[in-house]
Design a protein around this ligand. Structure first.
Ligand code: NAD
Length: 502
């Protein structure tokens, strides 16, 4: 096998990382934490510290919310002509594109993901999200209504609606797709004229801080976006703040429920993109080679750290042995390594804590009687947070590994006999984010799709997303949809106006 050359680190990265401790972006300025509080952020491929970052304390959150309120009331962004807003959002996209190599390397260094995936999947999605919502700025409009006034039939009125920004939006994002998750919130929230307080995950704050520099360069008016690095305490200060109008949260279902409670104080608008335990269903008549590749990617893409991960692979009994064997063969052949190495097919998990969590699930699977066909352990040659891709069979639907989100490279493969059976079992978790079905029979594909309680269903593919495509889940996978035109509803309020014409 030829060994490809690892790319040399982008020169801008050295500049960016040498500026450690990294400052937060508050009220249009790059500042230290009010109490000088800092935290370390790591390279998960080596376990080494990449940079220190100032942590936004509750005092900083208060300052930022105050600045956001002022910007919303008196600043230029909410009132800016929609075409001018579009130009700035488009310019942000252009600057991200211009700096794509640097940003993808930074994403890989801080999150661990494979550079090819950061460069050719995450970053293009980030760019196109800004462009898609730049297009929306000039198309956010209301409606008119043929008023009936049944209590005064002769009354004359003209009624219409306008969609206005919600106000101060706090966006809390996870670490698995740091820039993408930020862009999914920033682009529509800004397109609708809001001001945004963005809290990146404590594990991966760096690419978002660099994005802040690019937003500044693009001419986004000062204070329109503020970036507040920190962990749960920063998130709690935002979610419970009486002057934050909306929380847009992506993360675990457990924290999502806490966010709902914390938002109750001032009845914030809340949107939630939460966890999943997606079924990936392979029928015997499917193009099996392609379905197996897809099942592999569905379960192990981004080290299995995907909300939509197809971690429950249901395979029709007739082809169960053959599919499982090939899936395990692929998993055993995967080349693990640092994400920056072009030969790497799977990088490390994001943190030691995440690896411990995943290993806890592997132990629980073994203890409950599931059979491990491969993986379940750490590769010995690396210092970072690596895990071998893991496949379990002899799994009962009620086991923890079949019910709970593992968020790591662990697949359970489950045989089934009939469509009715697999539909019932596929739906039998508290989650309902995504699902996949593989078959050449269009009627079967539709039957399964209609019956699945999931926000996203892929037919003969898996893991596809697009800026135009609504993303979100049924049941405990969340509330509302991000991306696509449904996102406009998340960041606007409807104002209904009645004009008396009598
Ligand atoms: P997490 O819930 O632990 O953290 C998410 C964010 O919330 C982080 O920024 C964190 O600092 C913050 N946070 C943590 N505790 C908080 C609290 N009590 N109050 C306020 N903020 C708090 O999730 P994670 O481990 O970072 O990410 C993995 C989870 O995200 C998985 O469950 C995954 O399925 C989910 N996710 C969902 C989607 C989706 O679109 N549905 C996309 C990506 C990730």
């Amino acid at each position: 096998m030829d060994t490809l050359q690892a790319p040399s680190l982008h020169p801008n990265l050295a500049r960016f990382l040498s500026g450690s401790p990294k400052k937060m972006w508050l009220g249009g300025k790059w500042v230290e934490s009010s109490q000088g509080k800092k935290f370390k952020t790591y390279n998960p491929a080596t376990g080494e510290v990449l940079a220190e970052v100032y942590e936004a304390t509750p005092t900083d959150v208060n300052l930022a919310v105050k600045a956001a309120q002022e910007t919303f009331e008196k600043g230029s962004w909410p009132k800016l002509n929609s075409a001018e807003k579009a130009k700035i959002l488009w310019k942000i996209a252009d600057l991200i594109e211009k700096n794509i190599d640097e940003l993808s390397q930074l994403e890989t260094l801080n999150n661990g993901k494979v550079l090819r995936e950061a460069r050719y999947a995450d970053l293009p999605m980030v760019i196109e999200n800004f462009r898609y919502f730049a297009g929306w700025t000039t198309k956010i409009s209301g409606e008119t209504f043929p008023t009936t006034t049944p209590y005064a039939p002769k009354a004359q009125a003209f009624t219409y609606t306008v969609r206005e920004p919600v106000g101060v939006v706090a966006a809390i994002v996870p670490w698995n797709f740091p820039l993408q998750m930020a862009a999914w919130k920033l682009a529509p929230a800004l397109a609708c004229g809001n001001v945004v307080l963005l809290k990146p995950a404590e594990q991966t704050p760096l690419s978002t801080l660099r994005l802040g520099e690019l937003m500044e360069e693009a001419g986004l008016p000062p204070g329109t976006v503020q970036i507040l690095p920190g962990g749960p305490d920063t998130g709690k200060a935002l979610a419970s703040h009486p002057h934050v109008d909306k929380i847009s949260f992506t993360g675990s279902t457990e924290v999502g429920k806490e966010i709902v409670k914390m938002s109750a104080g001032n009845l914030k608008r809340v949107s939630l993109e939460l966890g999943g335990k997606s079924p990936h269903i392979i029928l015997a008549d499917a193009d099996l080679d392609t379905a197996i590749k897809s099942a592999y990617m569905g379960a192990f893409y981004n080290q299995g750290q995907c909300c939509c991960a197809g971690s429950r692979v249901f395979v029709e009994k007739k082809v169960f042995e053959a599919v499982t064997e090939k899936l395990v063969e692929r998993a055993k052949k995967v080349r693990l390594g640092p994400g920056l190495d072009p030969n790497t097919q799977m990088g490390p998990l994001v943190s030691e804590e995440q690896r411990n969590r995943v290993e806890g699930y592997i132990q629980s699977g073994k203890k409950e009687g599931a059979k491990l066909l491969c993986g379940g352990d750490r590769p010995s040659q690396f210092k970072g947070y690596f895990m071998n891709p893991t496949v379990f069979v002899d799994v009962k639907d009620e086991m923890h590994i079949a019910q709970e989100e593992i968020f790591g490279p662990v697949a359970t493969v489950l045989p089934f006999d009939s469509l009715e059976e697999v539909i019932q079992r596929a739906n039998a978790t508290p989650y309902g984010l995504a699902a996949g079905v593989w078959t050449k029979d269009i009627k079967k594909a539709f039957k399964v799709t209609q019956a699945l309680r999931a926000g996203i269903v892929w037919i003969n593919t898996f893991n596809c997303a697009d800026p135009t495509f609504p993303w979100g889940g049924f049941k405990q996978s969340g509330w509302n949809r991000e991306t696509g035109h449904e996102a406009i509803r998340l960041y606007t309020e409807t104002k209904a106006v009645w004009v008396d014409l009598n």
